[in-house]
Design a protein around this ligand. Structure first.
Ligand code: ATP
Length: 446
């Protein structure tokens, strides 16, 4: 059976421990906007870094970009967003709440049961104006996806990198959508981050590359620890496909509210490059050196949400275990994603112990994000680290002062091993890279 955790538990842990707060909370919050706290920012950063390493730095057929959020308004005419990027919306005639009509089950307002208006199309792009005087300024939009920045730079990338098909461009960045129905914590917000790939291929090889990216992206989540049972592929039905898509499949995750899209993978054909060539008047062709023909590449687009990934990794990692008379709450986060890799804990606040522990702490911080905690009992401190997903704790005790050894405690198994301080870094590295944890001492105390 796939595992589901209640959303309230995740929200509460996130607020309690500083992963995620409501935006501008002291003013009562701003609907569907969220702030990442000290631990959340690390987790999010680690997810983005893992993605960037896997799809850009470890491949020779990909390059990265970081394009601006504000783009020439024609971009959105060419992309179809100005005309088509809208949801059908109905309004309740009594309480004036607005709903997406395609989300509704009955014909009445889900909140008060009131009568609803006819559906009206509502554009999801945020508008702003550029220039010093508002009336004269031109209207620009906050991008609703990062993809367009990569399409319009296709020629720049070709000219400067001399990449040959097939190759891809990747980008991580903010996107904004004036969503009608928000909620489910960070699952659907109005300001969010995307990790998108535009992979350019020869027409005819698109099906093969579509299948390749589907598998590649699914494996990325699995390698970082998501349970296979909580992931599924959901191919879009023909009538569901966006206007540009030849084929599309979602990677769905079993979120607390049910199965929902984590990432979408689409075969966009030549729609985007052809549209931008038409509207800009610039050639966005590719010269196929084998056939000497100018072609418009097809695009395979794996588009993932950073915030939805954060939520999926948190939900998947969350566990409660019975431990003596208490419940142990822990995040089984993959070490690559865990915000803090190691915690250094002196057994007491005695001066000589603190000095030894601080020395170790300073040394380990050169390599990892490490925390130091000397407040309350050692048991309590282990629990605090479990709850934020810290994979390893290093305990410095009185014996350490004599034998120059410390204890490493594993989050998941709670097993402990004792190692010489001189071997501490190597051992931590090995354990963080996945070496199994057993209770066999690696070194005899002699
Ligand atoms: P949905 O059907 O859930 O509205 P979508 O199909 O409109 O999503 P895409 O346009 O395919 O989403 O965007 C790619 C990815 O960006 C999504 O898979 C999701 O992870 C993320 N995303 C899209 N909209 C939001 C949002 N409002 N809040 C958070 N993440 C989002």
């Amino acid at each position: 059976m796939p595992k589901k955790v209640e959303m309230e538990k995740i929200v509460s842990l996130c607020q309690r421990r500083g992963f995620i707060f409501p935006s501008s909370e002291i003013y009562g919050g701003l609907s569907s906007c969220w702030d990442y706290g000290p631990l959340g920012v690390e987790l999010k950063q680690n997810i983005k870094q893992a993605w960037w390493r896997a799809v850009v730095q470890q491949r020779d057929d990909m390059v990265g970009l970081d394009t601006s959020i504000l783009m020439h308004p024609q971009t959105w005419v060419a992309s179809g967003h100005l005309e088509g990027f809208s949801d059908p919306l109905v309004e309740c005639k009594s309480c004036h709440l607005r709903w997406r009509s395609d989300d509704l089950e009955g014909n009445n307002c889900p909140s008060c049961g009131g009568e609803l208006t006819e559906p009206r199309l509502f554009n999801l792009m945020f508008k702003t104006s550029m220039g010093p005087i508002e009336e004269e300024a031109s209207v620009v939009y906050l991008r609703p996806e990062t993809a367009q920045g990569m399409f319009v730079n296709f020629q720049n990338v070709l000219n400067t990198t001399r990449k040959k098909l097939p190759f891809g461009i990747a980008q991580i960045g903010k996107a904004f959508r004036n969503e009608i129905t928000t909620g489910n914590f960070i699952f659907r917000s109005r300001e969010f981050e995307q990790m998108e790939i535009e992979f350019f291929v020869k027409p005819g090889s698109d099906q093969e590359w579509f299948n390749y990216w589907l598998e590649e992206r699914l494996n990325w989540y699995l390698k970082l620890g998501i349970d296979r049972q909580n992931l599924r592929l959901r191919p879009h039905r023909q009538e569901e496909l966006a206007h540009y898509a030849r084929e599309c499949s979602d990677i769905d995750y079993l979120f607390p509210m049910g199965w929902a899209e984590l990432e979408g993978i689409a075969n966009r054909g030549d729609f985007d490059l052809a549209q931008h060539a038409r509207y800009s008047g610039k050639s966005l062709n590719y010269l196929d050196e084998e056939t000497k023909e100018h072609i418009i590449p097809y695009i395979i687009e794996p588009s993932a949400g950073v915030d939805r990934s954060v939520l999926a990794f948190l939900c998947d990692a969350y566990a409660e275990e019975a431990d003596k008379n208490e419940t142990r709450v822990l995040l089984h986060l993959h070490p690559t994603l865990a915000p803090i890799k190691v915690a250094v804990l002196p057994l007491s606040r005695r001066e000589n112990l603190v000095a030894a522990a601080k020395k170790i702490y300073a040394d380990l911080r050169q390599q990892w994000l490490v925390s130091y905690d000397d407040a309350q009992s050692i048991g309590r401190r282990y629990r605090r680290q479990d709850e934020i997903g810290t994979p390893l704790c290093v305990t410095v005790d009185f014996q350490s002062l004599e034998d120059e050894q410390v204890t490493i405690r594993d989050r998941d198994s709670m097993n402990q091993i004792r190692v010489p301080i001189s071997e501490l870094k190597n051992t931590l590295q090995a354990k963080l890279s996945g070496e199994p944890f057993d209770t066999q001492p690696l070194w005899t105390t002699g």
